[in-house]
Design a protein around this ligand. Structure first.
Ligand SMILES: C[S@@+](CC[C@H](N)C(=O)[O-])C[C@H]1O[C@@H](n2cnc3c(N)ncnc32)[C@H](O)[C@@H]1O
Length: 193
């Protein structure tokens, strides 16, 4: 399982701890938030060390070829900056990079949460249209399809499910009801030649 834009790696760390027989990779463009958790996984297992996880500094624009076709699951939670542009505007190169790291029939799960007021400057900077399920259907569906993903499900994440999201940003944003969380679940499909 690969988590892109993993931040402090909490989601990956907790999943890896719960599932010792699966391997987890957390990736972020920024090395700083990865530092603590990268140190922690190398401790003695009794002190939080884990052998089934690694963290990697890389941007979605530049994922190493060693990751090609390795992921049964790719997750992206609360993307920001150029990562947000890839998934929310359907940037062709970025989506192809995501497709490249998916194993055949791998699953891509994305959760985006934007507050129309507080995040206005970032969405304007990135040239994003307002996010909605209608927008996913009308604009993203075909772009994801062109990059080799079929969107299987999309919707607004209910308030009740927010509490189950084990990421630091999910915790930070829990009280903010103005922020609609849009999720997308897609699977990797073979491209027609
Ligand atoms: C709002 S944080 C979310 C962190 C984590 N997923 C969470 O839910 O707690 C967005 C993260 O995306 C990362 N990011 C932004 N652009 C990226 C890119 N082009 N490639 C990889 N990561 C990126 C940022 O460094 C940041 O850690």
């Amino acid at each position: 399982m690969i988590d892109i834009g993993t931040g402090d790696g909490l989601f990956v760390y907790e999943r890896a701890r719960a599932n010792p027989n699966k391997f987890y990779i957390g990736i972020d463009a920024n090395a700083r938030p990865l530092e603590k958790v990268s140190e922690k996984i190398h401790r003695n297992p009794a002190k939080g060390g884990l052998r089934n996880v690694l963290f990697l500094q890389a941007a979605i624009e530049d994922l190493p070829s060693e990751l090609d076709e390795v992921a049964d699951e790719v997750h992206i939670h609360f993307p920001w900056g150029s990562l947000l542009r890839v998934v929310a505007a359907g940037d062709e190169t970025g989506l192809h990079n995501l497709r490249r790291i998916c194993a055949p029939e791998g699953v891509l799960e994305i959760i985006m949460g934007l507050d129309p007021e507080r995040d206005r400057s970032e969405t304007e900077r990135l040239g994003l249209k307002p996010l909605s399920t209608y927008y996913v259907d009308q604009e993203l569906n075909s772009r994801y399809q062109a990059a080799g993903f079929e969107i299987l499900e999309r919707g607004v994440l209910p308030q009740s499910e927010r509490a189950t999201l084990q990421t630091s940003w999910a915790k930070r944003l829990r009280g903010n009801k103005a922020r609609t969380l849009i999720y997308i679940v897609a699977n990797a499909i073979n491209m027609k030649t």
